[in-house]
Design a binder for this molecule. Structure first.
Ligand code: UD1
Length: 419
């Protein structure tokens, strides 16, 4: 199994171009199932989760061509598709559940495996299923599969999500696009990736309007159009490299982004002491002035993202004083803490709160990655640690970071993949 070797410490300097968003590409790819017309998508990141979603779409019968020159996909779903999403493909990636909404909308039935994904908490799909049932779907769950059908097709309704869920909001927006009549979704997640999905669907001919901060109104349509769509930038990748620059007291220019979308992350990093200069489509992060300790709670957008919590924790280990992070989205998302402690960190976990003592000098160690964002936090710590670190189980990392070693080497990191 492949591992990563990182030798630190090293100040990182140079330019990093941010890839297309994984979390935006996944629902957009699932939404292509709605249409019989040609769909072209560009700026997809070359990461494992996207490969898995493409395999899943192909297993349903999607005709997908990849243009390596333009790094874009052309999808053609003219023929009737299969409506069975197998365990083998959905088990490794929770976003596999996103094919449920479009399959039901177009074919009125679907058999979809219960999803897998990172081991960061229970991650049920009850909110997706209850909301779909309000559109006329009946379902049963047996032997790890959801058997769902809508004998009378999907019919618009008013749905209030009991909790903000990114995936459930996406599944329901996609499904409602072909439902009869009007659907109103209340208490929606409003992550930028959801907006990207909505922009994609609108360009495809769907009728979606935001009528309140967390309320979407969708009028079902019958006909969809061909389209060409460029996926937005990956804001979690951008945040990760911003933290790398602050942490190593480096000087990295981050390009291909829209800083206004990541205002919360920029403000938090500035509060910690990072020196950040923003322009329209890029920013520069020139190390850190004074690493201040802070208290932070992760929350749905526009709050601080849970997907950057592990990375920020590494930076806070070097703050002048004690910091605190409360994880409000997932119940088991501090698995990186014990690995960081093996490198010299002093982090205590009390339920969903973590107490992080500052002024830590990390020391290289052999480490185990436990989930996607935890693995990248270990790389960050290793970049500033004295000596050699070996990070095992990097398949987690490959699910969501495009060319991470190449990008980090370009800014001076000593990092390589070993067997
Ligand atoms: C998405 C992101 C993930 C991010 C998360 C929160 C993708 C592919 N993944 O995951 O990177 O960390 O949003 O920003 O975009 N929940 C239920 N029942 C449900 C659905 C969710 O209880 O039916 C709970 C979850 O267990 C979790 C919370 O709601 O505690 C939020 O989860 P959700 O927003 O749905 O996350 P995902 O869409 O899975």
């Amino acid at each position: 199994m492949k591992k990563l070797e990182v030798i630190g410490p090293k100040k990182l300097k140079g330019t990093i171009k941010i890839s297309g968003s994984k979390n935006s590409s996944l629902p957009i790819l699932a939404a292509t199932l709605l249409s019989k017309n040609k769909v072209k998508i560009s700026n997809l990141p070359e990461v494992k989760d996207i490969e898995t979603m493409i395999l899943l779409l192909r297993s349903l019968g999607s005709n997908i061509k990849f243009n390596t020159k333009t790094k874009s996909l052309e999808i053609n779903n003219k023929k009737n598709l299969k409506t069975f999403a197998s365990y083998n493909l959905v088990k490794t990636m929770r976003a596999g559940i996103l094919v449920l909404g479009p399959l039901l909308a177009r074919f009125n039935k679907a058999k979809v495996s219960l999803p897998g994904g990172c081991a960061i908490g229970a991650r049920p799909v009850d909110i997706h299923l209850k909301a779909l049932s309000k559109l006329g779907v009946t379902y049963k769950i047996t032997q790890g599969y959801i058997y769902a059908k809508a004998p009378k097709g999907l019919n618009g309704n008013i749905i209030k999500f009991p909790k903000i869920s990114v995936g459930a909001t996406e599944n329901l927006i996609i499904a409602a696009c072909l439902a009869k009549g009007k659907t109103i979704l209340k208490n929606c997640a409003i992550e930028p990736e959801i907006n990207d999905l909505v922009n994609f669907l609108r360009k495809m001919g769907c009728n979606i309007r935001w009528t309140g901060k967390r309320t979407a109104m969708i009028m079902g349509v019958k006909n969809l159009k061909e389209l060409n769509y460029k996926v937005m930038f990956d804001r979690i990748e951008a945040g990760t490299y911003m933290i790398a620059s602050a942490l190593t007291e480096g000087d990295i220019k981050i390009t291909n982004i829209q800083p206004k979308i990541i205002k919360t992350e920029i403000d938090i990093l500035k509060k910690v002491g990072a020196i950040i200069k923003t322009k329209k489509n890029e920013l520069r992060i020139l190390g850190i002035r004074k690493n201040k300790n802070i208290k932070l709670i992760t929350s749905p957008y526009p709050g601080f993202p849970t997907d950057l919590q592990a990375q920020l924790m590494v930076l806070l280990c070097k703050a002048n004083g004690r910091s605190e992070i409360t994880e409000k989205i997932f119940e088991n998302r501090f698995m990186h803490a014990s690995e960081l402690n093996r490198m010299g960190a002093k982090i205590k976990i009390l339920g969903n709160r973590s107490i992080i003592e500052g002024n830590v000098d990390f020391k290289g160690a052999e480490l185990m990655a436990t989930d996607l964002r935890a693995s990248v936090s270990l790389i960050l710590a290793a970049l500033t640690a004295k000596g050699k670190s070996i990070i095992n189980r990097i398949y987690h990392l490959d699910r969501g970071y495009e060319n991470i070693e190449k990008k980090l080497r370009k800014v001076g990191a000593r990092i390589k993949r070993i067997s």
